[in-house]
Ligand binder design. Structure first.
Ligand SMILES: [Cu+2]
Length: 122
């Protein structure tokens, strides 16, 4: 009888363990599916800038992104476990577009086509 009791206790512990790990798993898959949307300024001037900015942001892992030529505002949706505003801003600066946080090098800016030379803040 004593061994049966130990067996039942162990069985109960196993069931509890399985339930707990299943919950943990559900929680992590929920986190994976989450997405974040941010809006911030990216300096640019024309439709060519728009194409370049949106292509760059998409390559950085954004699921959705729109850059507005008039307001120069980028709205980007991404999975926070894969990328972030900082990484996206850095990539944009690398292709010649200033952001709030990272400025393009003079060289990257100079390499942009003439029509893309937006006014830079001094
Ligand atoms: Cu342009």
């Amino acid at each position: 009888m004593k061994s049966l009791r130990i067996f039942l206790t162990l069985l109960f512990a196993v069931i509890l363990g399985v339930t707990t790990s299943a919950q943990t798993h559900d929680h992590s898959s929920m986190t994976m599916a989450s997405s974040k949307t941010e809006t911030f300024k990216v300096f640019g001037k024309c439709d060519m800038c728009k194409a370049r900015i949106e292509k760059t942001v998409k390559a950085e892992g954004a699921t959705e992104n729109v850059w507005d030529v008039k307001t120069q505002m980028l709205t980007v949706t991404f999975d926070p476990s894969k990328t972030n505003k900082d990484a996206i801003s850095k990539k944009l600066a690398a292709v010649g577009h200033d952001t709030e946080k990272y400025k393009a090098t003079n060289e990257a800016y100079a390499n942009l086509p003439g029509c893309c030379h937006y006014d830079r803040a001094k």
